[in-house]
Design a protein around this ligand. Sequence first.
Ligand code: TA6
Length: 305
Amino acid sequence: MNYTITLNPAIDRLIFLDEKMESRKTNRITDVAYDIGGKGTHGSYAMSKLGVKNIALGFIGGLNSDKFQRILDAKGITNGFTTLKGQATRECYVVIDHDSSGTTMLTERGVKLSRNDVDTFMTNLQKTVKAKDRVLIAGSLPQGFSLEDLKRMIRLLKEIGCFVACDLSGDALKLAVEIGVDFIKPNEFEVKELNRAEENIVTTLQILNQKIPYIVVSLGKDGSYCIHEGDVYRVKSPPVKEVNDTGAGDCFVGAFLSGLTKNYSIEETLRLASACAASKVMHNDSTTFNLDEVSDLKQQVEIIK
Ligand code: TA6
């Protein structure tokens, strides 16, 4: 079974404007829509859409859990979130203007966990996952969940024998690298931060790859680098008309894990992930991609080894 863990999920409030947002101006909203937010939930959506069974885990606030659950159900995401009484799942505001010169995202802090919340989650996780399960830990850490807790969770999953994928940033990413997980997806700036000796990007990746079997470096519109078994792949995304890039990286990760689950070759996995992310960018919410578009876009992904 595959699992995603989104410790601090969100409801994305998509705010559409006809004109570019500007300060010192009344920016008129033309439409508002809602989608699921938080990186692991998006990974779950991508896997489900590609026919890969998975369960989304994490914490949600009880005050708006109906709204959150309705979106999960509409998106077909099987889940087992832990509900925190008296708290609300955060909202993330995504501003999308008509000519789509890139979205602006504003994120709330989210839920606050007690020691008991964290300990109960770890105990349940230990009872749920089995050796060889794939577990994606993605998104920011909520208040009350420390780096020590993250270390404990990754170690627990590794001891059980799970494949541990992490889409984390900052100190959480550094910790995942230090422990040695199975998959990371830093962006090019984060790779530079991981690279204390200041070698070039390929050398850095080759060093990291001795510990981490799958590394994808996202380059936004320009595609990605992937390193696996010492081989470096430069992946160029197909050109598409961008409507909303929110969630494209998360979609890539979910599709990448789907490819691995289906035992695709690394090239086929990268082709699938890149095409799903490109299709996602053409849609105006945070999750949606289209399978017909994906099969066309797959032909246009360029991979150089
Ligand atoms: O990557 C997009 C997204 O998942 C949004 O949907 C939004 O909810 C946000 O990222 C959350 O990111 P964070 O890093 O705060 O967990």
